[in-house]
Each structure stands twice: as structure tokens, then as C-alpha cells.
Design a protein around this ligand. Structure first.
Ligand code: SF4
Length: 100
């Protein structure tokens, strides 16, 4: 999946609000298990600089998933794209989830 948008720019895999991990795992409760915040990306003095990093859609990220979702086929997400964001108390959640 190349269209993996993610609002968590402090994550080590985030480049211009796009996920560049080779493989991520979404848990049964739709949390992104691969979210890994880096202290030096979080609230750095040059925070604004991150905003100008161009998105990188060239990485074909494999999305493993355990959620009970319409896009889940044998624990692999078959959606064309997903969006991951923080939601309420949760740090990183798949917002594309549609209950199966
Ligand atoms: S869209 Fe559904 S199957 Fe795909 S990662 Fe999100 S919750 Fe899992």
C-alpha cells in the first residue's frame, strides 16, 4: 500500500505525513502497533522544518491487521489507502476502519 497517510509526524517512519515503514501492524482494536515516536522529532526547535518534508509515497508498505474490518483479508489490509491518526486517548489509530 503506497497511500498510507499518517498524522503522527513524530513517528520514526513518518515522512511528510506519509508512512515509510516496510511493514506495519494494526492491532485488533485498530491501534497502530508500529508507531514509534522519536524524542528528537517530537517538539524540536525546528519542528516547522518537518512540515516541509515532501511526502514519500514510493514505499509499498505491507499492512498486517487483526481488526474485524471489511478491508481485512486473511490479516492483510487490502484497502487502497489508510489514514492513521491519534484519536482521543489513543496515540495512533487506523481511521479507515469499517466494521465487518
Ligand atoms: S482499513 Fe481496516 S483492515 Fe485496513 S488497516 Fe485499517 S482497520 Fe485494518
Amino acid at each position: 500500500m503506497k497511500d498510507l497517510k499518517c498524522g503522527l509526524k513524530e513517528c520514526r517512519f513518518n515522512k511528510g505525513y506519509s508512512c515509510c515503514a516496510d511493514c506495519i501492524t494494526i492491532c485488533g482494536n485498530t491501534d497502530c502497533e508500529s508507531y514509534e515516536p522519536l524524542e528528537d522529532k517530537r517538539g524540536s526547535l525546528f519542528e516547522a522544518a518537518d512540515e516541509f518534508v515532501p511526502a514519500n509515497y514510493s514505499v509499498d508498505t505491507k499492512v498486517k491487521c487483526d481488526a474485524d474490518c471489511v478491508f481485512n483479508k486473511n490479516h492483510i489490509c487490502v484497502s487502497n489507502g489508510i489514514t492513521v491518526m491519534g484519536e482521543g486517548e489513543k496515540e495512533a489509530v487506523c481511521l479507515t476502519f469499517i466494521k465487518d
